[in-house]
Design a protein around this ligand. Structure first.
Ligand code: PMP
Length: 402
């Protein structure tokens, strides 16, 4: 359509969104989405919180409110950040409509046509989508089990010294479940300082650590106010409420507020108030602890199933938190083809290719373990294992013939 903007050409329908539609069918055991365990949502407590908000401050809760967000909730966030080493005031917090909006506003704020964004390879699919609207040049930095490789990051910064920002998901990354080591966090800050580049730390999963030692957020190591920290209530409370936030220095927040205002005036007043009320009346930390316990056990079940049912050539990550596990197959196997075969058996995952801006790798895929009960994990992994075994065997036979 000739009336559409140039920008609209960069937005294509996502193959993965199409995949998700199929995987939502009730008969499918889906390891595809990134959904929290719904049975853990604190529904009864939320009824109490909603009732309290409506009777105590119904008029304000249903009214327009400020762009920055509901002050008591921002105060709660400041306290939660303080506990993980990020020293902020409420002036440094902007409430957003999910952290996804934080990513969209980040694209608006920083990116002009063909600007460079440095990111992990692979990285979060919907961040690629959000930034792609501004037609950036994605520079992918390879990772190992300890996250982004710092010598490769340094090389990327030397090659693209005008890069606008480094986009990183340091804790239990989506899609790999990997965590950036402390040494590398420090090095990332040092490199950002040296090359004068912003770091966008997307950290929705940090609080969902169920094993190992907590690491300080990259933002807590920031000495020059160059880290924009983006987080959310989606994985610790409810994604349906669409509550996220940006924590950054005033110069950034002032600009973000203007873009936020233009986008949607402010984040849902009612959602912000009931969340603050829940935190006042109940124990959010205890709720997160319940989430951790369930996810640890589901992750363990999934890894046990990989050991029992997957072919030996398969490699996988061992996340200490978050929602995802990453699987790597021999190079000769195409996970898109396997996906089709799995769907026939009513089991789904996300083929890895979608998580690389350059679509470079076809032998990986992402598994979600948070959303399915353990008996379904076992059944789904058995089916998946059978398809993988056939695929790996036939690819081995084929490559030995070549
Ligand atoms: N960043 C990452 C890395 C994510 O995995 C997600 C959700 N899956 C988001 C941002 C967006 O989350 P929300 O908008 O629900 O806060």
């Amino acid at each position: 359509m000739e009336k559409f903007s140039e920008r609209s050409r960069h937005v294509t329908s996502s193959a993965t969104r199409e995949i998700m539609k199929v995987t939502e069918r009730p008969e499918v055991i889906s390891f595809a989405g990134g959904l929290p365990a719904p049975e853990l949502f604190p529904i009864e407590e939320m009824k109490v919180a909603c009732e309290a908000v409506l009777s105590e401050s119904g008029e304000q809760a249903l009214q327009y409110s400020t762009t920055e967000g509901y002050l008591p909730l921002r105060q709660d966030i400041v306290s939660r950040l303080e506990a993980i080493g990020i020293h902020a005031t409420t002036d440094h917090i902007l409430m957003t409509t999910g952290s996804q909006q934080g990513l969209d506003l980040t694209g608006k704020l920083f990116l002009d046509n063909e600007d460079t964004v440095i990111c992990e390879s692979p990285t979060y699919l919907a961040a690629i989508q959000a930034f792609s609207v501004y037609n950036p040049n994605f520079v992918e930095v390879p990772m190992d089990e300890d996250g982004m490789l710092m010598d490769e990051l340094e090389r990327a910064l030397q090659a693209y010294p005008d890069a606008k920002f480094i986009y990183t998901i340091p804790d239990f990354q989506n899609p790999t479940g990997r965590t950036l080591s402390l040494k590398r966090r420090k090095k990332m800050i040092a490199l950002a300082n040296q090359f004068d580049v912003v770091i966008v730390e997307d950290n929705p999963y940090g609080a969902v650590r169920f094993a190992g030692e907590a690491l300080p957020p990259v933002k807590s190591l920031d000495t020059e106010g160059r880290v924009v920290y983006i987080s959310t209530f989606s994985k610790i409370f409810s994604p349906g409420l669409r509550l996220g936030w940006i924590c950054a220095d005033q110069v950034f927040i002032d600009k973000y507020v203007m873009f936020k205002q233009a986008a949607d005036l402010h984040t849902d007043s009612f959602a912000q108030r009931i969340t603050a009320k829940y935190i006042e009346l109940f124990d959010l930390e205890a709720h997160i602890e319940d989430i951790r316990t369930v996810y640890l056990s589901r992750r363990q079940k999934m890894i046990d199933c990989i050991k029992s049912y997957f072919p030996k050539q398969v490699k996988h990550s061992s996340p200490e938190g978050g929602l995802f596990l990453w699987v790597e197959l021999p190079e000769s196997v195409d996970t898109q083809e396997i996906f089709e075969e799995c769907l026939k058996r009513h089991v789904a995952f996300v083929p890895g290719n979608a998580f690389y801006p350059g679509r470079v790798k076809n032998n990986t895929f992402r598994l979600n373990y948070s959303n399915m009960p353990e008996e379904k994990i076992v059944e789904g992994m058995k089916r998946l294992g059978a398809v993988l075994t056939t695929a790996v065997n036939s690819s081995t036979v084929q490559s030995s013939r070549e």
